[in-house]
Design a protein around this ligand. Structure first.
Ligand code: HEM
Length: 266
């Protein structure tokens, strides 16, 4: 594959040529100059701009459309869940003897913007599930899962399962009648799965019966285990996407003129 040249630095970050002994009048306001100097200072010591350019300034195929934004939309739904989840965790208590239910009531009725943040987290969960399915449908109907993107698809399937696990484990946390009984049904359904089913339901319940540790188990899975796995897998997903490039829409015809490839690159 012919190598594309590195994309240029954004104009604002390109250094101007300077004669020795002359002083250059600043082109921007003090705030912008300060920001540029800070970015320069960090980049001189880390060379991070190369990596950021590799990640952000990319060529995309002709003819891509709004359907290609569904993956990023899913990612922003996840980020919103992460931010609102952190604020909920500041008040939530995973205490099955009434503390969990009370802490949720406190968030909803008394904490500053609590009802808003809880509402965003609750509705955001459904938004993320809808977006992930739409993104998967786009990838499927555009045939974007085919060679060489099979691994991107497999990582995606794992992300889908983990997203559903987030929904399932989060549902128990308010610890009201509905979430309690719905989770018992859900854990029992898991238990009927072949081979690993009984082990899975024992793991989820933190024992053979739904008990005092079940809520802590669900909380740990919901706010530590699965989000960490999702962050790592989104990183891998994005790495593969940047490495392989976005697939062209299936209706795009091949160019009439075949691309000239240098003999040394064949
Ligand atoms: C948390 C969940 C997910 C996030 C944040 C995510 C993010 C993204 C992003 C940003 C892209 C770039 C292009 C686009 O948006 O269409 C992409 C592409 C892709 N995703 Fe996902 N994705 C997720 C879940 C999934 C799932 C569930 C699947 C399939 C089972 C999947 C398979 C793919 C494939 C094959 C591509 C390459 C598409 C192409 O090159 O045209 N992803 N993903």
């Amino acid at each position: 594959m012919p190598k594309l040249p590195a994309p240029p630095l954004p104009k604002i970050l390109q250094p101007k040529p300077q004669r020795p002994g002359t002083t250059v009048e600043p082109e921007h306001g003090p705030l912008t100059e300060g920001a540029i100097a800070t970015v320069d200072w960090i980049d001189e010591r880390t060379s991070l701009s190369g990596g950021i350019r590799w990640m952000l300034f990319r060529k995309v195929p002709r003819g891509i459309n709004w359907f290609y934004t569904l993956g990023s939309a899913t990612m922003f739904a996840f980020l919103s869940q992460a931010v609102t989840g952190v604020f909920l965790a500041m008040y939530y208590r995973p205490d099955p003897t009434g503390g969990a239910y009370e802490s949720i009531r406190y968030i909803t009725d008394q904490a500053f913007l609590g009802q808003f943040v809880r509402g965003m987290h609750k509705w955001g969960a459904s938004v993320m599930v809808i977006l992930i399915f739409l993104h998967m449908a786009r990838v499927f109907f555009f045939g974007a899962y085919k060679y060489p993107r099979e691994l991107t698809w497999i990582v995606g399937v794992t992300l889908l399962i983990l997203t559903l696990v987030m929904g399932f484990t989060g549902y128990l946390l308010p610890f009201d009648q509905r979430s309690y009984w719905a989770t018992i049904v859900g854990v029992n359904i898991n238990g009927t799965g072949p081979f690993i089913g009984p082990y899975l339901s024992d793991f989820l319940r933190a024992g053979p019966e739904f008990g005092a540790n079940t809520l802590s188990r669900f909380y740990a899975i919901h706010m530590l285990l699965v989000p960490a796995a999702i962050v790592a897998l989104i990183g891998l997903h994005l790495y593969l996407i940047t490495k392989l490039g976005i697939s062209a829409p299936p209706w795009l015809k091949a160019e009439d003129e075949p691309e000239v490839i240098e003999a040394s690159e064949v």
